[in-house]
Design a protein around this ligand. Structure first.
Ligand SMILES: Cc1cc2nc3c(=O)[nH]c(=O)nc-3n(C[C@H](O)[C@H](O)[C@H](O)COP(=O)(O)OP(=O)(O)OC[C@H]3O[C@@H](n4cnc5c(N)ncnc54)[C@H](O)[C@@H]3O)c2cc1C
Length: 465
């Protein structure tokens, strides 16, 4: 390969949701783009995720008479983040989310189902098969002229100049190959859930959480930019996600079994091995994840009745209770006592817990944990009473890390003095600042798309300047 062939306008590192969106945007603007993926198969965490996108003001919400707006979504994001998010980044999401929804729909992707999830004050998770999204994006990237290379492990960034004049001019692969980027390098390498050293350093409280992100998500992009003095933020807020089933899927069901189950937002309660609740189940699954790690054996058992099972749907996958039952993750029994025996939890205590919970549902007494809704103020909790009963043992998974490189509204990576590092951009799970203290469900996928496209726009303009 000649030196000229190894020069591109924009180089994108990491081919998940965020990297694909950045690459497509840059290529559609006429730039020469190289998308590099470390593993053999593109997709990262995006490939294994629940496929829920948080959008507001959509047709499907209107059809279902769900009153939502960009303003309400923005407010929910800030509330979820306990107002410790970077407000400018949140505002960009709120402003651009609807256009992002249309951008994806224009590729033929359809968001026909909307549901309620963590930290949402109205149902706004628009679900779709994430593999379909990836395959569509990948095909669009190739059509737009993006050059794609799998098995291309970027190890570090190439820079030129010293001090204030230093800028990023390309990347170096693990085998030493150098690749130039005239306009900029976009880091879209995902989180670090598969990097035990970074988990130990930044989130030691999660060392027992089950690593669940993409296998290539070892924090490489974070390290590369950190080496150049990038500002790192939100590291103290990394949280696990409650709802990782403990049982192994039955043979042959490994690929179809849901990786996470959250029946609590449809009415399940969560108890520990002693049969006692330990959390208000309507709060964010991140907060529930923290509480779960305080329980014996790090376990929380979701317990629900037929009324909840009847709300099962294949998408979002977290609500695929029938799929989880079919894969052997969920136990079924005709009585609560039999369910307790099947799950190995204290039957008498479970009965007491359910009776008290049902009295609170009827308004006869206050709920022991203050639960008054299904999720974040939306929907009324329902009695656990209609057999058969269902339950599954879950723990906290480290699905995503949602912290890292501090970026500005153009997705430029900032250094520790809050100055942009010339030629360096970040998007997706590797970026920090957006979520703040905790996470609103469905906001990671769209965030990667929004900031990836902004990064691309800036880098393309830089290449042309
Ligand atoms: C089980 C599960 C369920 C989830 N459900 C949802 C959901 O429903 N909605 C939602 O919004 N979010 C969800 N998330 C989170 C969401 O999936 C991720 O945050 C998001 O997909 C991250 O996208 P990304 O493009 O930033 O990173 P990824 O999709 O992880 O892609 C990063 C890519 O970069 C590659 N890479 C890493 N290092 C290098 C390197 N050095 N050189 C080259 N390539 C490299 C990786 O191999 C990977 O392919 C879920 C996560 C999990 C694990």
């Amino acid at each position: 390969m000649t030196q000229q062939e190894n020069q591109h306008d924009v180089v994108v590192i990491g081919a998940g949701m965020a990297g694909h969106c950045a690459a497509i945007e840059a290529a559609r603007r006429g730039a020469s783009v190289l998308l590099l993926e470390k593993t053999a198969l593109y997709g990262g965490s995006t490939r294994m995720c629940g496929g829920a996108f948080a959008f507001a003001g959509t047709e499907v919400q209107r059809r279902n008479e769900i009153p939502d707006s960009a303003q309400l979504l923005e407010q929910d994001l800030l509330e979820a983040g306990k107002h410790r998010n970077d407000k400018a980044l949140v505002h960009v999401y709120a402003e651009r989310q609807y256009e992002t929804y249309e951008w994806l729909q224009a590729m033929g992707l359809r968001f026909d189902k909307v549901s309620l999830s963590g930290s949402q004050s109205v149902p706004r998770n628009h679900s779709i098969d994430p593999v379909l999204v990836l395959e569509t994006l990948h095909a669009q990237a190739l059509v737009a002229g993006v050059a794609y290379r799998a098995g291309a492990h970027v190890e570090r960034l190439l820079t030129e100049g010293e001090g204030d004049a230093r800028r990023v001019i390309g990347v170096v692969l693990k085998d030493g190959e150098r690749i130039g980027a005239r306009g900029g390098v976009v880091i879209a390498t995902g989180g670090f859930s598969r990097a035990p050293d970074l988990v130990e350093r930044f989130a030691p409280h999660l060392r027992e959480a089950r690593p669940m992100g993409g296998h290539g998500n070892t924090g490489d992009g974070l390290r590369m930019a950190w080496a150049l003095g990038a500002d790192l933020i939100d590291l103290g807020y990394v949280k696990g996600t409650f709802g990782a089933p403990v049982a192994e899927p039955a043979p042959g069901k490994e690929e179809v079994a849901p990786r996470l189950v959250s029946a609590m937002y449809r009415g399940a309660i969560i108890v520990n091995r002693a049969g006692r609740r330990f959390v208000n189940e309507s709060v964010s699954y991140k907060t529930i994840g923290d509480r779960c790690l305080e329980q014996p054996e790090l376990l929380g058992f979701q317990v629900f009745d037929q009324r909840v099972m009847d709300q099962s749907s294949p998408l979002p996958t977290v609500a695929d209770y029938k799929g989880a039952l079919d894969a052997g993750l969920v136990k079924q029994a005709d009585s609560l006592e039999a369910l307790a025996a099947a799950l190995g939890i204290d039957a008498a205590a479970l009965r007491e817990t359910v009776d008290a919970y049902n009295r609170a549902c009827d308004g006869a007494e206050p709920d022991a944990f203050g639960r008054t809704s299904l999720s974040t103020g939306y929907g009324k909790p329902t009695r656990v009473e209609t057999g058969p009963f269902y339950g599954l043992a879950c723990t906290t998974g480290l699905t995503s890390t949602y912290c890292g490189l501090h970026i500005d509204v153009d997705a430029r990576v900032l250094d520790v003095y809050k100055r942009p590092i010339e030629g360096l951009y970040a998007t997706g799970e590797v970026m920090g600042g957006f979520h703040g203290e905790t996470y609103m469900s469905g906001s990671s996928l769209a965030k990667g798309c929004i900031f990836g496209r902004l990064a691309a726009q800036h880098a393309v303009a830089r290449a042309a300047a």
